[in-house]
Design a protein around this ligand. Structure first.
Ligand code: AVJ
Length: 332
């Protein structure tokens, strides 16, 4: 039986109705386009169907070491975490197309502790598809989906004992460091001990390696970046001319993040009726579309201070490209 022939994966809950979702998107996009010195667009809107497929392609690019480095670490780490934490419930955040969750479930099943798996993602289609596949592999697995945003909607997953939260792929890097502590506090609140969070982190490294990963030779990342304009056109009736923009990606060493922008090749006025906004750009004017933070262990420790979470274990590959951190609630 193919995944396509499976019945629709039920038990998927939207945090907001589609109408509320649209209103929230309009407000976020409007705020981003009005922000100065530079207008911005929220990076979660990369991921429509085409954006998801382009991201998948990015993960297979020779320059994009992140996914390979994490997937090489994960089998061993999953076994160790399953044995140490003995979680019964897995909650994956921003799951994407994810083969990674399968490694974690496999390890939990081998320990004999696996009971349920919940996926939280912005895309209902991605959740439904992933859950049907997981249930083929683990008949009897209790599955649930939450259509929402990991930044604001973690509270929608009721607190479970013996839960492992998986937040992989360095997706945490898309959160602005000013908002990261609040995110960790909400994660701590969703964890009743014994419970833990497994966090994937891209590490600080030389500029050339970082920048190549976000500006690949084949131009897939450029297409991915430009796709956000097509999403604005499709969902908010905007009239962005994607061919009038170029992809920009650079490492900001002071902030320790990769920044992606779209630069206007000519002066233009863009209308975004669904967000009740209009954007005037000079030739060379830029829109920020993503930050992707790069970490060190001390930098993560600083972000965790006072949030109720601390690093219990830290794994990295021989080249120190990528890390997996096991976070636990601080006692007291
Ligand atoms: C999905 C957040 C891990 O920041 O590296 C890939 C997204 N952006 N190439 C990242 C992305 C440009 C990616 N994450």
């Amino acid at each position: 039986m193919t995944a396509a022939a499976l019945p629709f994966a039920g038990n998927i809950r939207r945090v907001r109705s589609e109408a509320d979702e649209r209103r929230a998107m309009a407000a976020e996009v409007r705020a981003g386009l009005l922000s100065r010195p530079m207008p911005s667009l929220p990076s979660k809107y990369f991921y429509d169907e085409r954006g998801g497929a382009l991201f998948d392609e990015i993960t297979r690019l020779p320059e994009y070491y992140l996914t390979r480095a994490e997937e090489a670490l994960l089998p061993g780490v999953a076994r160790e975490v399953a044995a140490r934490v003995r979680p019964r419930h897995l909650l994956e955040l921003g799951s994407g197309a994810g083969g990674k969750v399968r490694m974690l479930l496999g390890a939990m099943a081998s320990e004999g502790t696996l009971e349920s798996c919940t996926l939280l993602d912005v895309s209902e289609a991605v959740i439904a598809d992933s859950l049907s596949r997981l249930r083929v592999e683990h008949p009897g697995l209790r599955t649930a989906g939450i259509v929402g945003d990991f930044l604001t909607d973690l509270a929608a997953a009721e607190v479970a004992e013996s839960r492992l939260i998986a937040f992989l792929g360095s997706t945490v890097g898309n959160i602005h460091p000013r908002d990261t502590p609040a995110f960790f506090r909400s994660a701590a609140a969703a964890l009743a001990p014994p419970a833990a969070m497994l966090l994937g982190l891209d590490l600080v490294k030389d500029r050339a390696r970082l920048e190549a990963a976000y500006d690949d030779a084949r131009g897939v990342t450029a297409e991915f970046n430009l796709n956000i304009l097509r999403v604005m056109n499709a969902r908010l009736g905007a009239d962005f001319d994607a061919s009038a923009f170029e992809h920009v990606a650079f490492y900001d060493a002071d902030e320790a993040w990769i920044e992606m922008r779209l630069r206007a090749r000519r002066a233009m006025v863009v209308r975004v009726p669904g967000a009740e906004a209009e954007l005037t750009l000079a030739e060379g004017g830029e829109i920020r579309t993503e930050i992707s933070c790069k970490y060190t262990r001390p930098a993560l420790e600083a972000l965790l201070r006072g949030t109720g979470l601390e690093i219990e274990r830290w794994w990295t590959d021989p080249e120190s490209l990528f890390a997996l951190a096991l976070l636990r609630r601080t006692s007291g």
